[in-house]
Design a protein around this ligand. Structure first.
Ligand code: ZN
Length: 176
């Protein structure tokens, strides 16, 4: 029931947003996909992890506060979502560099979500990239996810294997 509560909350917060990809999918498809991947491929049943997966972009992209998440979903979920949140005041390149550094010292639950998040993003950038992204940018994005995922090893063998497959498939599509 708390999971449905989180889906409802996240859908409400992301309701006016679309994914950057060419398909312009409703934003909520993304966190649902991340949580679904954790459950289906990673066989994750830990509710805190699944709740945080559903909510992982609400602070960064919808102005939801940590206090709000804590009041509705508890302190653990709040802290996990905060671990998934980039500081948007920093320039993009700096944020990307920091994600690699932060992944290295992330909690095991945060590493799981990061892993599933990167799997989804690699698939999106491979198959439905934003229309203004160059081929070069897409290749560089895939390389960067590999650096982040490299810091998330050891938490879930099935998800790591799946990431490897999705990355290899993406590189095949993008090979010149
Ligand atoms: Zn995400």
């Amino acid at each position: 029931m708390r999971l449905l509560e989180a889906v409802h909350f996240s859908a409400e917060r992301h309701r006016d947003q679309r994914r950057k990809g060419a398909s312009r999918a409703p934003y909520i498809n993304h966190p649902i996909e991340v949580a679904h991947l954790l459950a289906r491929v990673g066989e994750v049943t830990d509710l805190t992890t699944l709740l945080a997966a559903i909510l992982h972009d609400t602070i960064e992209d919808t102005g939801t506060t940590g206090e709000e998440l804590e009041a509705r979903f508890g302190r653990e979920v709040r802290l996990l979502v905060e671990e998934m949140t980039d500081d948007k005041r920093l320039p993009k390149e700096e944020r990307k560099r920091l994600q690699i550094a932060h992944a290295a010292r992330a909690s095991p639950r945060a590493k799981l979500i990061k892993l599933a998040d990167k799997i989804c993003n690699v698939r999106d950038v491979t198959h439905t990239p934003p229309s203004d992204w160059s081929h070069e940018r897409r290749v560089a994005y895939l390389d960067w996810t590999e650096a982040v995922v490299g810091q998330c090893r050891g938490v879930n063998a099935a998800l790591e294997r799946h990431y490897g497959e999705v990355l290899a498939a993406g590189r095949k599509v993008l090979a010149v």
